[in-house]
Design a protein around this ligand. Structure first.
Ligand code: AP5
Ligand code: MG
Length: 218
């Protein structure tokens, strides 16, 4: 299965992607996580992406498309993958489609997670992430067991630099202008499934499992 999880910043894509990837036994490929790991490690790619990521702008397509396609071309993605945060504009969607077609594949399903702006802002402001392994927390909904210490690896739990209110507002506006049209791209191809991102993490995951079980049956 080649799956996409799609939706505005803070809708819960990363949170649900971890669960889906585990349940379906496919890798979770998040372009945002790849950029953050490269920025943390000070690589050339990280240096090129830094100003865009911290300002909430899209990283230019000549950088992101090559990085994403290279990642899904690796051996562990042969049996399927779950993309999170890519594609994020129509050009990325077209390039992904072309790349998959050349390999006799296509996107099986796009899970589009919907959430209102006010809830998004509240969730992002209270988000924390592990600087070492990228695990996601939330000071109100899902705090680490020990304050500022990752449950999984013991690394430092911090706020993302793009999780400040002004940057969040810019990310929402970039989403509406550049990313929202990707939903129509996949609706036309008959693979789009919308899911409410409201409610607790287990309820959202229950809705996603229902959708995926329909695909597995068909
Ligand atoms: P990226 O990392 O993809 O960020 P994003 O799309 O803005 O999405 P987020 O990661 O902020 O939100 P999420 O939906 O994953 O929510 P989460 O599960 O964490 O991209 C970052 C940047 O990288 C971009 O701005 C851009 O610069 C660059 N980039 C990446 N991909 C690119 C591309 N393709 N092209 C160009 N540039 C690209 O949840 C949020 C919070 O809510 C967490 O604290 C979580 O614990 C909590 N939460 C989740 N679900 C629930 C729930 N049900 N109830 C209560 N709390 C919840
Ligand atoms: Mg995310």
């Amino acid at each position: 299965m080649q799956l996409l999880i799609f939706g505005p910043p803070g809708a819960g894509k990363g949170t649900q992607a971890v669960r889906i990837a585990q349940a379906m036994e496919i890798p979770h490929v998040s372009t945002g996580d790849l950029f953050r790991a490269n920025m943390r490690d000070g690589t050339e790619l990280g240096k090129k992406a830094q100003e865009y990521v911290t300002g909430g702008e899209l990283v230019p397509n000549e950088i992101v498309i090559a990085m994403a396609l290279d990642r899904i071309g690796q051996a562990d993605c042969q049996k399927g993958f779950l993309l999170d945060g890519f594609p994020r504009d129509v050009e990325q969607a077209e390039q992904l489609e072309k790349w998959l077609l050349e390999r006799g594949k296509n996107i099986t399903a796009v899970l589009s997670v919907e959430l209102d702006d006010e809830t998004i802002i509240q969730r992002i402001i209270s988000r924390r992430v592990c600087r070492s392994c990228g695990a996601t927390y939330n000071v109100s909904a899902q705090p680490p067991k020990v304050e500022n210490v990752c449950d999984q690896c013991g690394g430092p739990v911090v706020q993302r630099p793009d999780d400040q209110r002004e940057v969040i507002e810019n990310r929402l506006s970039v989403y509406k202008k550049q990313t929202a049209p990707v939903e129509e791209f996949y609706r036309k191809r008959g693979v789009l499934k919308t899911i409410s991102g409201d409610g607790d993490m287990d309820s959202v995951f229950g809705r996603i499992q229902e959708v995926l079980s329909d695909f597995e049956r068909s």
